[in-house]
Design a protein around this ligand. Structure first.
Ligand code: SF4
Length: 471
């Protein structure tokens, strides 16, 4: 780490080896303040040791939000979006981002409809790259320009899209390898550059990287940071965070690292199970712990820690479901503790991202128009895209989720696609003869170019089929 960096960093250790960093990371739980019960029976923060710069140790409560704030003041960290026109132009030229002149751009000018031969395409009026993702990818391009020779890393896929991630690889951006669910930071060296993706990184990772002396480019979407602030508020008020999300999803892992006491519920079914437990004691504590074994904070005790809760979410979950889960916990707390005491047992925080909400609203509108088929375009590990497919399947529209146009075999009228539950399927003769209305949308991490490629493949398949019939 450069002397300048060391001077600017207030709470990190000095020159730990990678081995020590891993050790520190493993022991990170010890850095976090935890609930403990004092003699008054009230929760209090346990002071834990944190290392100060210069190798000294001081007694302080580790505060993830404060740590990130202080890190933000150092020279080794930036979350500044420069909005560099050159980076934007490069993205456009490479088909990464918004379409400016292609078919998608043209459809936006023509009421989101395009007719080509027998195919009528209807594009959802909100689709594709959200501003948080656009910003993150552009920040990565800007970082490459700013650090042209330094070795660059990303702690994870910057967004869940194969096209974008392949392009970043071509730019010399390395992905941190993961084995058995554990990331290997060993090869990352002091002076190199590490990008944190749009859905963020855990505070443990930020701390480890700061201690390694790398330059951190944090592209975390401000909406995700808003959720971190919400769980931080829960923690400060001694409320447990109920996080609506998938416990292994990187965004939820990051959010959980900013919470103190938390429980992750993946859907309404799990939330109802928890509320039944709170109201009616329908399961034993052991059964509770078994059911949520990977989805709670260290030392979680359902008998104590469900007394006061606030709800937060992984930003890509179904908006309606997050709202319903919030309402359910609110009703549960009202019933358990009385309306007059609700404020002491339930905390309202609005953490639903507008972009996710808009894309979900737009597909509800589109499936109401009953297209013959729906095309959902987006990375197969993209949570928000899976929800778009789910909405379409639930509306009983024949829906095909593809990540790239390569899934469409234009020669043989065949497609391989994915269901919202993650099964891969292959369908032959998937495009029927005659006129066809295709509804199309894309996930928040999908460049418009991928949608345009999928449409081109549909037109080509259809033209081929029509030619076959004519012969
Ligand atoms: S979907 Fe929302 S939270 Fe996620 S990157 Fe886009 S704007 Fe940010």
């Amino acid at each position: 780490m450069s002397t300048r960096m060391m001077m600017m960093m207030p709470t990190t250790a000095t020159t730990s080896s990678s081995k020590n960093n891993n050790k520190n990371n493993k022991n990170d739980d010890a850095f976090f303040s935890r609930r403990s019960t004092n003699t008054n029976g009230k929760s209090s923060k346990k002071m834990v040791r944190a290392m100060a710069s210069g190798g000294e140790t001081t007694e302080r409560a580790f505060d993830p939000r404060e740590y990130r704030r202080q890190l933000g003041k150092s020279d080794q960290y930036t979350r500044k979006f420069l909005n560099d026109p050159e980076a934007k132009k490069t993205m456009e030229d490479e088909g990464i981002g918004y379409s400016m002149t292609g078919l998608v751009a043209q459809m936006k000018e023509k009421n989101f409809v395009h007719v080509e031969g027998e195919v009528t395409v209807k594009l959802a009026d909100s689709y594709g790259f959200c501003w948080g993702v656009e910003r993150a990818v552009q920040m990565c391009y800007e970082a490459r320009k700013q650090y042209p020779t330094e070795k660059m890393w990303i702690t994870n896929e910057i967004i869940h899209n194969p096209t974008v991630n392949m392009r970043l690889s071509e730019m010399g951006v390395n992905f941190i390898e993961e084995k058995g669910g554990v990331k290997n930071f060993e090869p990352v060296q002091s002076g190199e550059v590490v990008v944190l993706p749009a859905f963020g990184a855990s505070i443990h990772e930020m701390k480890l990287l700061a201690e390694k002396g790398v330059s951190i480019v944090d592209t975390t979407c401000p909406w995700v940071s808003k959720v971190w602030n919400a769980v931080d508020t829960h923690a400060r008020k001694e409320f447990t965070s109920i996080i609506h999300g998938k416990y292994a999803h990187e965004e939820t892992v990051a959010t959980a690292s900013f919470a103190k006491t938390y429980l992750v519920v993946k859907d309404m079914k799990e939330a109802s199970w928890v509320c039944d437990y709170i109201l009616n004691g329908t399961a034993t504590k052991e059964e509770f712990m078994e059911k949520f074994k990977n989805a709670h904070s260290d030392g979680f005790d359902p008998e104590k820690d469900l007394d006061a809760v606030g709800v937060a979410n992984q930003t890509t979950m179904l908006k309606g479901e997050t709202e319903a889960i919030g309402k359910l916990f609110e009703r549960t707390m009202m019933e358990k503790h009385g309306v007059q005491n609700l404020g002491e047992h339930y905390l309202v925080t609005d953490t639903i991202c507008d972009a996710t909400q808009e894309r979900q609203d737009a597909i509800y509108k589109l499936v109401d128009e009953k297209p013959d088929i729906m095309m959902i375009v987006g990375g197969f590990n993209s949570s928000n895209t899976s929800h778009l497919q789910e909405i379409s399947e639930d509306a009983n529209i024949t829906s095909f989720w593809v990540d790239t146009a390569d899934r469409i075999d234009t020669e043989n009228n065949k497609i391989s696609w994915r269901t919202s539950h993650g099964e891969m399927r292959e369908t032959e003769n998937w495009l029927p003869e005659g006129k066809l209305t295709v509804g199309i949308t894309s996930g928040a991490s999908t460049p418009d170019k991928v949608v345009e490629d999928v449409l081109e493949a549909i037109f080509a398949s259809k033209a081929k089929t029509a030619a076959g019939v004519a012969r």
